[in-house]
Design a binder for this molecule. Structure first.
Ligand code: FES
Ligand SMILES: [Fe+2]
Length: 396
């Protein structure tokens, strides 16, 4: 992030702290609870935002070198992502061209030279090409050049791995992010991050409720009183939108001391935690020691269930297998367990309220603009009527 932008954002946090204010969405917003349970809406979201929409499947560090691979089973079509011998990021349908068996079943690896189907041992290269099949003279005289794994559009940009699960679809990262956000994400050097761990939570709440928990810090002094509130000022944040995406800056308590330094020593990762929300289901949070990536996936056919995947990455300079790396992994796991044990516990209780129909709507506050924007954005994308801002006293 350019230093002048960092200073501008830090000054916004300072102003809020001094005046005891927060960002203001300009009104309240009533959100119908049906959006968390409606099976028709869930199906439209699945089709429009997941199986036919470019997806962030990881960061460059997930595929550190030639021969590294990932399998992804959250998007309907099974995906095998690789880094080929030319270091190019590739993605394929992970289904054997012979009779459809999953070719690679491991979640990830870093030393593959080829992929062999467990059924009859058809073997594919890192570039998806069919390298060979046993007893080719018995099987039939096929042109192996036409029998490679089905390739999916895949783009690596700003250290972020994007895949389009629809083989006939496209990925236009510039259009997805817009120029300003694209430049800002490029400035972080995410491609230098190293992957050090993951966690995954299957939770009884709609995927949007999981995303909603990342949309404000109003809850920090309450829900996270013994955890995140020790590190962050609650109910203070910066908020900016970039098309369908947005960026929040959470306010670290370390800002108090940092503000006494000259401006040229101010750093956004000391003063805050940037939270980039990449439409539709990604939260990216760079910090002094690395980055968290959170992705939420609907469970098809079950609007009240979803899976969140949380990945931890660190900046270069930490030795592989060192005590320092272990300590940073511990921080990542502690963060992930706060999401599981605090945020997703309340998200599941919100889901129960939606399920039982006791509340027709919930109300997003003036200090929760990310929730206004997110719900307005996906509604607009699906052609649903907008949710108007309402005056404070008219919302309930
Ligand atoms: S299904 Fe893969 S080799 Fe037969
Ligand atoms: Fe939270």
């Amino acid at each position: 992030m350019r230093h002048e932008v960092q200073v501008k954002l830090i000054k916004q946090l300072e102003t809020h702290l001094d005046a005891h204010t927060n960002v203001d969405a300009g009104g309240l917003m009533r959100n119908p609870t049906s959006v968390y349970i409606d099976p028709e809406l869930a199906e439209r979201e699945w089709n429009e935002f997941f199986v036919r929409h470019p997806q962030v499947v990881g960061l460059s560090g997930d595929l550190a070198g030639p021969g590294s691979f990932l399998t992804i089973n959250d998007l309907g079509v099974p995906i095998l992502a690789t880094r080929d011998s030319e270091r190019r990021f590739r993605a394929f349908v992970n289904s054997c061209r012979h009779r459809g068996t999953l070719v690679e079943t491991r979640e990830r690896g870093d030393d593959a030279s080829s992929f062999s189907c467990p059924f009859h041992n058809w073997t594919y290269g890192l570039d998806g090409a069919l390298l060979g099949l046993p007893k080719a003279d018995h099987y039939g005289d096929v042109d192996t050049a036409c029998m490679g794994l089905v390739e999916l559009p895949a783009v690596e940009r700003h250290g972020i791995l994007w895949v389009q699960p629809d083989p006939a679809g496209t990925i236009d990262v510039d259009a997805l992010l817009g120029g300003e956000l694209s430049d800002e994400l490029g400035s972080w050097n995410f491609d230098s991050l190293r992957h050090i761990g993951d966690d995954a939570y299957d939770t009884a709440c709609n995927w949007k409720l999981a995303m909603d928990t990342f949309g404000e810090t109003y809850h920090f002094p309450v829900l996270h009183s013994k955890t995140l509130a020790l590190t962050f000022h609650g109910n203070v944040q910066c908020y900016d939108t970039f098309g369908r995406n947005h960026r929040m800056i959470l306010c670290r308590r370390a800002i108090d001391e940092m503000l006494s330094l000259p401006e040229n020593e101010w750093r956004i990762t000391t003063a805050g935690l940037p939270v980039y929300w990449i439409f539709p289901n990604v939260q990216l949070m760079p910090s002094d020691f690395g980055c968290f990536l959170v992705r939420a996936y609907p469970t098809p056919g079950q609007p009240n269930q979803h899976v969140s995947r949380i990945s931890f990455y660190i900046w270069p300079g930490v030795e592989v297998g060192s005590a320092e790396e272990d300590a940073l992994r511990g921080i990542g796991q502690a963060f992930a367990s706060i999401i599981r044990d605090e945020d997703y516990v309340v998200a599941a209780s919100q889901q129960r309220a939606a399920n039982d129909g006791s509340l027709e709507h919930v109300v997003f506050g003036r200090n929760e603009p990310a929730l206004h924007h997110y719900h307005s954005t996906y509604r607009a994308a699906l052609g649903m009527p907008p949710l108007p801002l309402v005056a404070d006293n008219d919302a309930f």
